[in-house]
Design a protein around this ligand. Structure first.
Ligand code: GAR
Length: 220
């Protein structure tokens, strides 16, 4: 029988950051397609001692992704895997898995990774892939989540960090933050406020996921 401590409980006692410090640093592989501000906040949380982890590698798929520049500036190794050079999603994912293994990655963080995942990837890191998405899932999955929220007329949206599974933008939710939609919001202004919340919850959610996983007990 597997006994898993409830993640809410681990937020109260022990304190998740103290709990995390008891273990070896998490070995993270971060994947990004674009700007990389979420990469940066994870790297900064590690530098500040708020997250007990190390970034083994940044994988990016667009040659012009600013995330790669951010990683290089912080001395993090980068690997460009351009999906356009692969015959199928599966072949691309096999290369990603091979690269993550090469860098001895334990946890994968999709920080603005704009590609669908296949079972090749999901099955290689079961319950170890964390995704961030700019909506309160399960609302507004997929691309243009912020525009979808604006078009729908909701008054509150936000962001979600969750464990990734095969279905796009689905899987157990680790953390969410709510953001009000203001009357004169554009996609840009709303996304900017959502990103402020993303930057708060992503490092916390990584610590929470790792903490919950480390206190999983096997009882026979
Ligand atoms: C973030 O808003 C993230 O939630 C979103 O891409 C942005 C990346 O920003 N991810 C998705 O839409 C995934 N479905 P960043 O490059 O500045 O970290």
């Amino acid at each position: 029988m597997t006994l898993r401590l409830d993640s809410t409980l681990s937020l109260i006692s022990p304190n998740i950051s103290d709990n995390c410090q008891q273990f070896a640093p998490l070995k993270l592989g971060i994947m990004a397609s674009g700007n990389g501000s979420n990469f940066d906040v994870v790297a900064q949380a590690i530098q500040d001692g708020r997250l007990n982890a190390q970034i083994q590698v940044l994988i990016y798929n667009n040659p012009s992704a600013k995330a790669a520049v951010r990683a290089a500036n912080r001395g993090v190794e980068t690997v460009l895997l351009n999906h356009r050079n692969y015959q199928s999603r599966e072949e691309f994912d096999r290369k990603i898995v091979q690269t993550l293994r090469h860098y001895d990655v334990e946890w994968v963080i999709l920080a603005g990774w704009m590609r669908l995942l296949t079972s090749v990837f999901i099955d290689a890191f079961p319950e170890r892939i964390i995704n961030i998405h700019p909506s309160l899932l399960p609302s507004f999955k997929g691309i243009h989540a912020v525009e979808q929220a604006l078009a729908s007329g909701v008054k509150i949206t936000g962001c979600t960090v969750h464990i990734a599974c095969l279905e796009m933008d689905s899987g157990p939710i680790l953390m969410q933050a709510a953001v009000p939609v203001l009357p004169d919001d554009t996609a840009e202004t709303l996304h900017a406020r959502i990103q402020i919340q993303e930057h708060r919850i992503l490092p916390l959610a990584i610590a929470l996921a790792a903490s919950s996983s480390k206190v999983t007990l096997s009882v026979t």
